[in-house]
Design a protein around this ligand. Structure first.
Ligand code: NAD
Ligand code: 0WE
Length: 256
C-alpha cells in the first residue's frame, strides 16, 4: 500500500528523463499516484509521451504556461476525466539566455517580464485553476525554487528575482488556500545537471563549490528532491504549508 494510493496529480515541467519533474513523477507513481503530464511544444511531445506512458499515464497534454487558453484546456480536461485533483507539481522556469550572464543591471524590460511570467506568475495561474478541483481532498501544491532568490549567485540575475516572487507567491497562496485544506510549498533544490542547467557558464564550478562547502560534502540528485516532493504530497507533511524546504545538502546554511 503506497503513500499516495488513489491520489491524482498533474506534473508541469518534464522535458526529458533528467528533468527534476520526471524524478518526482516516478517517485509519486511508485507510491500509487495516478499522474497527468503537460509538455511545452510539439518537439517535447515525442520525449514526454513515452516517459509518461511508461508509468501508466493516460493524460499527456500540451501546455505553454504563458497561455491562459492552454492552461484552461488542461484543467477542463482534468475536470472531465478525473472530476478532482490532489497534487500539482510546478517545475517550470524560463529566462532568455542573454539575461543569465553579465550584470543584472542590464536586464531588459522584456527579459524581466518574460522571466516573471513563465517562472513566477505561471504558478499563480496554475494554482488558480487547480484549487477548485481540490475541494474536500487534502490538496498539495508545490513548486521548485533556487537559492538565487535570496543570495547573489553570479549570472542567475533576473531568474533570482523571479524566484523571489515565486517564493513570496508560495506564502500568499498558502494563506489563501489554507482554509480549504490545501498545502502550498516550495522545494529549494541545490544545483542539478538538467536541460535548464545546460550551457550555463560556470555551472561546473557551482557543482564543485557545493561539493566542497556543503555540510554533506556532495551535490543533490533529482531523486533526493523527489523524496521531499513525496513527503509534501503525502499526509506525512500534514501541518506543513507556506514553507521553502531546502534540499541542497545543507549548502544554504553555510556562511564562510
Ligand atoms: P528542465 O529543463 O528539465 O525543466 C524546466 C521545464 O520548464 C522544462 O520541462 C520546460 O519545458 C519547461 N518550460 C519552460 N518554459 C515553459 C513554458 N512557457 N510553458 C511550459 N513549460 C515551460 O530543468 P529542471 O532543472 O528540471 O528545472 C525544473 C525546475 O527546477 C525549474 O523551476 C528550475 O528553476 C528548478 N531548479 C533547478 C535547479 C537545477 O540546478 N537544475 C536547481 C533548483 C531549482
Ligand atoms: O533555475 C535554474 C535555471 C533556469 C533557467 C535555465 C535556462 C537555460 C536555457 C531558466 N531559463 C533558461 N533559459 C535558457 O535559454 N537553475 C536553478 C539552474 C541554474 O541556472 C543558473 C544557475 C543555476 C544553478 C544560471 C546562472 C547561474 C547559476
Amino acid at each position: 500500500m503506497g503513500l499516495l494510493e488513489n491520489k491524482k496529480g498533474i506534473i508541469f515541467g518534464v522535458a526529458n528523463e533528467r528533468s527534476i519533474a520526471w524524478a518526482i513523477a516516478q517517485t509519486l507513481h511508485k507510491e500509487g499516484a495516478e499522474l497527468a503530464f503537460t509538455y511545452l511544444g510539439e518537439a517535447l511531445k515525442e520525449r514526454v509521451t513515452p516517459l509518461a506512458q511508461g508509468i501508466d499515464s493516460k493524460l499527456i497534454l500540451p501546455c505553454d504556461v504563458a497561455k491562459d487558453d492552454e492552461i484552461d484546456a488542461v484543467f477542463n480536461k482534468l475536470k472531465d476525466t478525473w472530476g478532482g485533483l490532489d497534487i500539482l507539481v510546478h517545475s517550470v522556469a524560463f529566462a532568455n539566455k542573454d539575461e543569465l550572464k553579465g550584470m543584472y543591471v542590464n536586464t531588459s524590460r522584456e527579459g524581466f517580464r518574460l522571466a516573471m511570467d513563465i517562472s513566477a506568475y505561471s504558478f499563480v495561474a496554475l494554482t488558480k485553476r487547480a484549487y477548485p478541483l481540490m475541494e474536500g481532498r487534502n490538496g498539495s501544491i508545490m513548486t521548485l525554487t533556487y537559492l538565487g532568490s535570496e543570495r547573489i549567485i553570479p549570472n542567475y540575475n533576473v531568474m533570482g528575482v523571479a524566484k523571489a516572487a515565486l517564493e513570496a507567491s508560495v506564502k500568499y497562496l498558502a494563506a489563501d488556500l489554507g482554509q480549504k485544506n490545501i498545502k502550498v510549498n516550495a522545494i529549494s533544490a541545490g544545483p542539478i545537471r538538467t536541460l535548464a542547467a545546460m550551457g550555463i557558464s560556470g555551472f561546473r564550478d557551482i557543482l564543485s563549490i557545493v561539493e566542497q562547502k556543503a555540510p554533506l560534502r556532495r551535490n543533490v540528485t533529482a531523486a533526493d528532491v523527489a523524496k521531499t516532493a513525496l513527503y509534501l504530497c503525502s499526509d506525512l507533511s500534514g501541518g506543513v504549508t507556506g514553507e521553502i524546504i531546502y534540499v541542497d545538502a545543507g549548502y544554504n546554511i553555510v556562511g564562510i
